[in-house]
Design a protein around this ligand. Structure first.
Ligand code: GLC
Length: 512
């Protein structure tokens, strides 16, 4: 099981209200108790933080907000002592606009080697006043920003698929490839076990940068015909990066790949490309048995042709938290409990986003003035962005900031009602979400019934599902409106107490 740490929101060790690497180091015992095999730490490199660290100004240093390189090395060593691996988040598609390369590009003339590291173009229309094509930024507004020439007159435009502070790199430029390889080796040489690769279906741009047929500005809407992503040349890039990883035995890469078509998705996890790729189907699926079954089959089928491992994820730092998605505290919590049992019953790698194990809901009523996601500004205050799923972890005590920080306030306020959701409270309660996670993860690691790569579906009542792992584990899930009989077998674990021997609604159970 991979555990995703969003470092700003995990634990603060230096009292500035923002989580940091020292906080992760302090809490490794907690992660060990939870049963984590590997960490994915979201970006901690030097960054002006226009997009929470996904705007990197020096990829081979740690931002002082989070610590320093020596601290990262300590964290890796200590995690290894506890038999946990550590993967970092690398951002190949773009840099920060404060990266020395981009600063140099702005100072240099068109067609210069400095500009050739990014994607600069002349504008269209009279005077070049219009952007070079019609691409929108994922965060709202156009994907192009015009710069001012040395003479003070309006000059060329540069491409930024995300915020204007995140100029896209030109991956046709060998210097860009070489620099990224250097970054990978820098961290691998310090003991890091691999990388989550941000926007791994980006990087390569189509020749001529053609207009989009249909301009869609909503975030995370992915359409396989979108010219901004999933261009065939991206696979040459992944093959290059894999060669570097292969110099380090056991190093692993996990790509963020928003590609729907299974054949094209599978291309990313061919034996000489990424090791794993996130499949977001479960994260996009409602609590509906038929839809869940399709998503599970689909995720397994997507990687079968190339012999890669499936991946499972209910949420991350970009997606509404699952408790909220499934209906909010109460029913949503019950369903999130059922879904983690479903996920952990499946073959492959499970990714848990920090706070999921506490059943945290999204915080949708953050005051306007604390919002930090660039989406809020770029959408002209129509989309509140992703801060609601990034609220810090409640650790202990009765009042915010619940041991997250010694500062009076955390960078995003924690709701006072989360006093019931703290780690401290949940560790003491056998019926808590945290206890369910711990028991489930332990059983998954210990029992032989979790072996094998295949699953077979059983017949099950309407709006329910049941499957059997090759190793013998049976998982049943009740998404109907009435309790259902359990399949035959010995009950190993259930997400809710049985009702007269029946599996209640919004619950799942494991049997052997
Ligand atoms: C990925 C990250 C997201 C970030 C974006 C730009 O989608 O998960 O948080 O904003 O890339 O780097």
């Amino acid at each position: 099981m991979f555990y995703q740490v969003y470092p700003r929101s995990f634990a603060d060790s230096d009292g500035d209200g923002v989580g940091d690497l020292g906080g992760v180091l302090d809490r490794l015992g907690y992660l060990e108790l939870l049963g984590v095999d590997a960490l994915w730490i979201c970006p901690v490199m030097r960054s002006p933080m226009a997009d929470g660290g996904y705007d990197v100004s020096d990829p081979r240093d740690i931002d002082p907000l989070f610590g320093d390189v020596a601290l990262l090395e300590d964290l890796v060593a200590e995690a290894h002592d506890r038999r946990m691996r550590v993967t970092m988040d690398l951002v190949p598609n773009h840099t920060s606009d404060r990266h020395p390369w981009f600063v140099a590009a702005l100072a240099a003339p068109p067609e210069s080697p400095e500009r050739a590291r990014y994607i600069f173009r002349d504008g269209r229309g009279p005077g070049g006043d219009e952007p070079p094509n019609n691409w929108p930024s994922i965060f709202g507004g156009p994907a192009w920003t015009r710069v001012t020439g040395a003479d003070g007159a309006p000059g060329q435009w540069y491409l930024h698929i995300f915020a204007a502070e995140q100029p896209d790199l030109n991956w046709d430029n060998p210097e860009v490839v070489a620099d990224f390889e250097q970054t990978m080796r820098f961290w691998l040489n310090r003991g890091v076990d691999g990388f989550r690769i941000d926007v791994a279906h980006g990087m390569a741009k189509p020749p001529g940068l053609p207009d989009m047929a249909r301009v869609e500005t909503k975030m995370l809407v992915h359409d396989d015909s979108d010219p901004r992503f999933n261009n065939p040349a991206v696979h040459d890039i992944h093959r290059r990066l894999r060669k570097v990883l292969d110099e380090y035995p056991d190093a692993v890469s996990i790509g963020e790949v928003w590609v729907d078509d299974n054949t094209r998705f599978a291309e990313y996890v061919r034996p000489d490309e990424l090791h794993l790729a996130f499949n977001f189907r479960l994260a996009e699926t409602a609590f509906d048995a038929a839809e869940i079954r399709v998503a599970v089959d689909n995720s397994i089928d997507a990687v079968r042709s190339v012999g890669a491992s499936p991946t499972w994820t209910l949420s991350n730092h970009d997606i509404e938290r699952e408790v909220t998605r499934y209906g909010g505290t109460g029913v949503g919590l019950d369903r999130a409990r059922a879904m983690i049992l479903l996920e952990l019953a499946l073959p492959g790698a499970v990714f848990v986003y920090n706070g999921s194990e506490l059943g945290l809901p999204n915080v949708d009523d953050l005051p306007d003035e604390v919002l930090q996601d660039p989406v809020w500004e770029r959408s002209g205050h129509t989309d509140r962005g992703r801060d609601g799923c990034r609220v810090p972890m409640p650790w202990e005590g009765r009042r915010p900031p619940f041991g997250f920080t010694t500062a009076e306030k955390s960078w995003l306020p924690i709701p006072p009602q989360w006093s019931e959701l703290t780690v401290e409270t949940q560790l003491e309660r056998m019926d808590s979400m945290l206890s369910l996670y711990r028991m489930a993860i332990e059983l998954r690691g210990a029992r032989p019934e979790f072996a094998g790569l295949g699953i077979d579906w059983y017949g099950s009542p309407a709006d329910c599902l049941a499957f059997r792992r090759t190793g013998g584990l049976v998982c049943a899930l009740n998404a109907s409106a009435v309790p259902i009989p359990l399949p035959p077998g010995e009950l190993l674990l259930a997400s809710a107490p049985l009702e007269g021997g029946m599996l209640p609604v919004n619950a799942a159970a494991w049997l052997v």
